[in-house]
Design a protein around this ligand. Structure first.
Ligand SMILES: [Zn+2]
Length: 153
């Protein structure tokens, strides 16, 4: 068993997000809506040595499996991430994130005049580009700090 597998198997039930680019762990927490007040049991490893990434971050969330929406947004900031679903200390599912063509309802458009941010907003929708995302409605492109535009978890 490798060192990584040992770390992964430490939670009882939940999700381990591995191979997050170094420094992105806090953005991953933001995507998952996890902060000090959420009461969830979370452990974070930062700047862990990694063969694949040099340095990587790892996030472990006890008692929770991620929704597809969450995984989709996660893929935008952590394209090399691996999602491990853990049940009774065993990894029962393991897969790489894939970048979706669009993400709906999870990011808010930075354009105050966009139809998706109006008084009676319609669900936001972004097309995923090589680098960044583009609002389907007003074509505003967000390239950096995507995590800062997350509207829901
Ligand atoms: Zn827009």
């Amino acid at each position: 068993m490798t060192d990584t597998e040992l770390r992964v198997s430490k939670i009882e039930d939940g999700t381990v997000i591995d191979h997050i680019a170094g420094g992105q762990a806090l953005n991953v927490l933001a995507i998952l809506g996890i902060d000090g007040g959420s009461g969830e049991e979370v452990s974070v490893g930062m700047n862990v040595p990694s063969d694949r990434l040099g340095r990587k971050d790892i996030v472990k969330v006890e008692g929770r499996e991620l929704s597809q929406n969450e995984v989709d947004v996660l893929s935008l900031i952590a394209p090399a991430a691996t999602i491990n679903i853990v049940r009774e200390f065993e990894v029962v599912e393991k897969h790489r994130v894939t970048r979706p063509e669009t993400v709906a309802g999870v990011l808010s458009c930075p354009n105050a005049n966009c139809i998706s941010t109006a008084d009676e907003p319609i669900e936001s929708r972004f097309d995923v580009l090589e680098e960044g995302v583009r609002c389907t409605y007003c074509e505003t492109i967000v390239r950096e700090s995507i995590a800062a535009h997350i509207s829901a978890a």
